[in-house]
Design a protein around this ligand. Structure first.
Ligand SMILES: NC(=O)c1ccc[n+]([C@@H]2O[C@H](COP(=O)([O-])OP(=O)(O)OC[C@H]3O[C@@H](n4cnc5c(N)ncnc54)[C@H](OP(=O)(O)O)[C@@H]3O)[C@@H](O)[C@H]2O)c1
Length: 340
């Protein structure tokens, strides 16, 4: 049995691109304690050891998601899930460096994209990440790694909300809040692909783009009181929560369905939904390589496009988070981590 380059015995020989080529250490962004973007510091740390059915991936690019900022600042789900220091980042695109066994479908050199074990395990702001094999899929052929890194968490969220919970279908009236975001622009396209009549909220500058990717109507959320102008929706995908989510209840038809991407965002959500005569479902994204494979096919066929707003080097993660927190992003922010 070959030596494990990072110490510890492996029960079975793992398939490796070249064990000798795997380094012991890597560059990664780590956060020593909760705080602002300045806490994102590039350090040299140990390459994670692949265990069991995990796949070790050399990360070429990592997605930057709003939950990365709440995790960094110690908010959101992170207090229950993390001990510090942490390596942020929940999605990536890269190349398999080590796979569980010789006949495993994904082998060293294969190009994959996927998620870490959200929300407990973090780590894609790093040159290597070890993730459950069922959390990855083959990268869409038509996308670069930078583009593919923009997809997993946002697309699985959009798919879960629009397709699995919203059950998008022909003629259904669907409102997608914050349609210009990483989740929103994919949600608009999934809704339109399955035949729904999609309305999105967005600022005026994003309206032509959103119409070009499938929104029938775009409402300027900065200028218009959407809840006074809209009515009769079957489904609302609520990205914002809070006051926006609460006001969304009134645009649903009786028996309509609010899918909340901001679970628990206002205390009386269940009572308010009941009073309005509508259903409400909290949603959490789930890593899912099978669904990612379906999404990859829609991207390769040209039915779904991904928009990357900005690309930053790993060392510039603080700048990426400042832009993320400005709320001005169209599509996704990506960190380029290594060459491919
Ligand atoms: N529950 C889950 O599992 C889950 C998973 C992923 C994301 N989320 C949540 O879903 C939300 C969207 O995520 P994301 O990745 O799409 O975020 P994002 O990419 O950062 O969204 C940025 C977009 O939001 C729009 N926006 C900003 N303020 C708005 C407002 N008040 N009303 C409507 N749109 C507004 C902006 O477009 P305009 O300039 O056009 O307004 C901007 O393009 C976040 O709150 C995130 O935490 C939840």
């Amino acid at each position: 049995m070959p030596d494990n380059p990072r110490g510890g015995a492996t029960a079975r020989p793992a398939a490796r691109a070249s064990a000798a080529a795997l380094p012991r250490t890597m560059r990664a962004v780590s956060v020593a304690e909760p705080g602002g973007p300045g806490e994102l510091v590039t350090r040299t740390i140990a390459v994670p050891a692949r265990v069991g059915s995990e796949v070790l991936v050399r990360v070429v690019a990592a997605g930057v998601n709003p939950v990365d900022a709440t995790t960094r600042s110690g908010d959101g789900v992170s207090p229950g899930a993390h001990s510090w220091p942490i390596v942020p980042g929940y999605d990536f695109s890269g190349v398999v460096a080590e796979s569980p066994y010789a006949e495993f479908p994904l082998q060293p050199g294969d190009e994959v994209f996927g998620m870490t074990a959200f929300p407990r395990t973090t780590g894609s702001y790093a040159e290597y990440v070890s993730v459950p094999a069922m959390s990855v899929a083959r990268k869409p052929r038509v996308l670069s790694h930078v583009e593919a890194a923009a997809v997993p968490l946002a697309a699985l969220t959009a798919w879960g909300a629009v397709v699995d919970l919203g059950k998008a279908h022909e003629g259904q009236r669907m409102l997608i809040d914050a349609g210009a975001g990483g989740v929103g622009h994919l949600a608009v396209q999934f809704g339109a692909y399955f035949g729904a009549d999609v309305t999105a909220t967005a600022s005026e500058r994003n309206a032509p783009w959103l119409r070009s990717i499938g929104a029938r109507r775009v409402l300027d959320c900065t200028a218009d009181a959407f809840d006074e102008l809209l009515t009769g929706f079957d489904v609302v995908i609520d990205c914002s929560g809070g006051d926006t989510g609460r006001r969304s209840l009134s645009v649903l038809r009786p028996g309509g369905h609010l899918v909340s991407l901001a679970p628990g965002s206002w205390p009386a959500i269940r009572e308010d939904a009941e009073a309005a005569g509508v259903r409400v479902t909290d949603f959490w994204v789930t890593p899912d390589g099978g669904t990612l494979s379906v999404i990859a096919r829609l991207i390769d066929s040209g039915d779904v496009q991904v928009t990357v707003d900005s690309v930053f080097a790993l060392e510039d993660a603080p700048e990426a988070h400042r832009l993320l927190e400005s709320g001005q992003v169209r599509g996704k922010i990506v960190l380029r981590i290594s060459e491919y």
